[in-house]
Design a protein around this ligand. Structure first.
Ligand code: SF4
Length: 681
């Protein structure tokens, strides 16, 4: 147990009725030592440890600058509330302030220049933004009620638009919500709250990392977020967007992008289905997996060749070259028309873009200010630069795939767009393991690193991200004596019909006993089993977790059914039922799993099982959110007894009071008996 005293911690316990916990004090001590001596520490902190205060208290007391990274934007907001609470206690205690800044990815913020130049369709969101701009709104789209992602993409901060060149002459640079208001506060903040995606891209400023402690919270999801942040994509819509910009310069030209993707679809469809090798997966807009395609190097090479011949070469040689000529002609004519007198911003931008020679530029003179014509030309040059940057991304995608075949995987998915009445094909190039992306994720540059989660697994962090550190497994805090864990005697892969029946029966029983039921599924197809159940809501792709969880807490719904997002990080305190459909092995045909299997060979099974165990522990972890919680968990999968690690985890919970009922029958009579008895069966 930690022996050191913390003024702020003692104050909270003595004056604010905060409950002192041994495991939390141990957490505080580890963080304090890391601040003093550095190193990378991995801390598994079971539910109830109070890990957020566990790292915030020493950071605040020792005036340590810190970057705290968590999984989602929602969790960033929760962290902001925790920091605000502690800040106010610390101020009461010492009279000192702590500054904290929440940073999200650039494209979460409004770009005033793009917004004011937007010429697309009108929308409620634009009216709301006009209103928000009259308030102290920081430009974060999270705080908008009316959103339209298509429009947002055209008005948000975009690195291809807001380049260093352009930023220096942007009309709005002094009032820019992102650069002038938010980023300027970054280096002064004591605590920066970021998310894992931002962390992966190191896109949070010119700070001296050596002065900062990095805390990675919710570390069980780090691999997922980092892999996704390092994924490069191209899509039908992205390429069509590039062509729309090209048309502003070359109105009569067109490149049939859709034909390329449709042909691609047909080509891959001819390849047949392979169970073992499934690299290229087409998903429709309902996330149902479409045909699976075996990968042999020939197919990847043929994709590369076709992409080069049909997309990259025409874009580069026919279009980009002609656009450039067109722009250069326009500049030359503009300068001639002005008899060499051009505005300061136009001149500065032209110098940086290097579109015309130095001699031509040195023959110009600077007028007092940019004329309207100059500004029109700046806008055109801006579009050209934006287009050029987007094209570089397409080229980079091709070069990365060509040069790193062993380290990257490829997948194809598609979504139907109702507005455009067509499919958007998305080709993703993802790192098989982020640990192979040298220099992308270097933790050694920080003063010290704390990596924590309720299910932090050092082996997982090492094998996927290459992170190694000293591991501490903190003791559990809550008793499980009010929890029953029923294992139904059914094998989901061999007895499908019986398993479906078991799920339905177990669900009916749980909702008859509890006002709050969570149904943790592994396949969207199984949503159908609960479709007609009254009081049941489904956590679909675009549904806000917080809103649905609130509905459940407030009794507006009785049951919430979901996939991944329901297994991780959902907090529903009180008595409840949890239905776990099966041991959560990921879909083996998922492209990432396919490539990881190829990469790991015979070691894949260990990796695969570890991932399932982390998710399973997280799912079970939904039960005890506070000391007084309890209820029943039903697992419709008897295969748990075949997997030592899963059984060991259940044994560990048994030692803390969990009542385990094996060979559970899904009939009311049996379950009623289970409820009455406190004994194991
Ligand atoms: S500085 Fe960049 S982000 Fe800010 S308004 Fe101008 S273009 Fe947009």
């Amino acid at each position: 147990m930690g022996n050191k005293t913390y003024k702020l911690y003692d104050y909270l316990c003595e004056k604010e009725n905060y409950e002192s916990r041994d495991s939390q004090k141990m957490f505080l001590d580890i963080v304090e030592k890391t601040i003093d001596k550095g190193g990378i520490k991995i801390i598994q902190a079971p539910t109830g440890t109070g890990k957020t205060y566990g790292y915030l208290i020493p950071i605040i007391e020792k005036h340590q600058k810190a970057i705290i990274s968590t999984g989602t934007k929602l969790l960033q907001e929760q962290l902001r509330n925790d920091v605000d609470n502690l800040k106010s206690f610390y101020y009461k205690l010492t009279g000192n302030n702590v500054s904290c800044l929440v940073m999200k990815g650039k494209n979460n913020y409004l770009c005033l220049d793009r917004f004011n130049n937007y010429q697309g369709k009108p929308a409620e969101m634009l009216v709301e933004i006009e209103e928000k701009l009259k308030t102290p709104w920081d430009g974060d789209k999270e705080f908008l009620q009316k959103t339209d992602s298509e429009i947002w993409n055209k008005i948000c901060v975009d690195e291809d638009y807001c380049t260093d060149y352009y930023r220096s002459i942007c009309k709005y640079k002094d009032e820019c919500l992102y650069w002038a208001k938010l980023k300027s506060r970054e280096s002064q903040a004591d605590i920066l709250i970021v998310n894992h995606a931002l962390l992966a891209l190191s896109d949070f400023g010119d700070i001296e990392k050596e002065e900062f402690i990095l805390v990675i919270d919710e570390a069980h999801e780090l691999d997922k977020y980092i892999t996704s942040a390092l994924t490069k994509t191209i899509s039908t819509f992205m390429l069509k967007g590039i062509l729309d910009y090209i048309k502003q310069f070359l109105p009569s030209d067109n490149l049939d992008v859709e034909k390329f993707f449709n042909n691609l679809n047909e080509d891959f469809s001819k390849l047949g289905v392979g169970e073992e090798e499934v690299p290229l997966v087409l998903k429709d807009n309902n996330e149902n997996i479409q045909p699976k395609f075996p990968l042999i190097e020939k197919e990847k090479s043929s994709f590369l060749n076709e992409f080069k011949e049909q997309i990259l070469d025409p874009l580069e040689k026919k279009y980009m070259d002609n656009v450039r000529k067109n722009v250069v002609d326009e500049i030359t004519n503009h300068i001639k028309g002005k008899r060499g007198w051009i505005g300061p911003n136009l001149k500065s931008y032209l110098e940086k873009l290097s579109l015309i020679s130095w001699e031509e530029l040195s023959g110009t003179a600077i007028s007092d200010q940019d004329s309207q014509d100059d500004e029109e030309l700046i806008k055109k040059l801006k579009i050209y630069e934006f287009l050029q940057n987007k094209f570089i991304k397409v080229k980079d995608f091709y070069e990365t795939l060509k040069g790193n075949q062993g380290k990257y995987g490829l997948s194809i998915s598609r979504e139907y767009n109702e507005n455009l009445q067509t499919y958007n094909y998305i080709i993703s190039l993802f790192p098989i393991f982020p640990k192979d992306q040298k220099g992308q994720f270097d933790l050694n540059r920080y003063k010290g690193v704390i990596i924590t989660s309720a299910t932090a697994d050092p082996e997982d962090l090492k094998s996927t991200l290459g992170i190694e550190g000293d591991f501490t497994n903190l003791p559990h805090n809550f008793s499980y004596k009010n929890v029953k864990f029923c294992i139904c005697n059914v094998n989901p892969s061999e007895e499908k019909e019986k398993w479906r029946e078991c799920l339905k029966q177990s669900f009916k029983w749980l909702v008859s006993k509890y006002d709050k039921v969570l149904v943790l599924l592994t396949n969207k197809e199984d949503f159908k089993l609960f479709q007609n159940e009254p009081g049941t809501a489904f956590l679909r792709k675009d549904e806000q977790v917080s809103k649905r969880v609130e509905d459940l807490k407030k009794g507006r719904i009785k049951a919430l059914v979901g996939l991944d997002r329901l297994w991780f990080g959902v907090d529903v305190p009180g008595e409840k039922g949890i239905l776990i459909a099966k041991i959560p092995f990921e879909y083996p045909g998922d492209p990432l799993n396919f490539y990881r299997k190829r990469y790991l060979g015979k070691n894949f099974w260990e990796y695969y099982k570890r991932k399932a165990l982390i998710k399973f522990k997280q799912g079970i972890g939904r039960m005890m959110r506070t000391r007084n919680d309890g209820g029943t968990i039903i697992l419709c999968d008897n295969r748990i007894s075949n997997h030592k690690e899963f059984s060991e985890f259940i044994e560990e919970l048994k030692s803390r009071g969990l009542v385990v009922v094996k060979e559970c029958k899904c009939d009311d009579k049996f379950l009623e008996e289970v409820m009455k008895s406190d004994k194991e069966k």
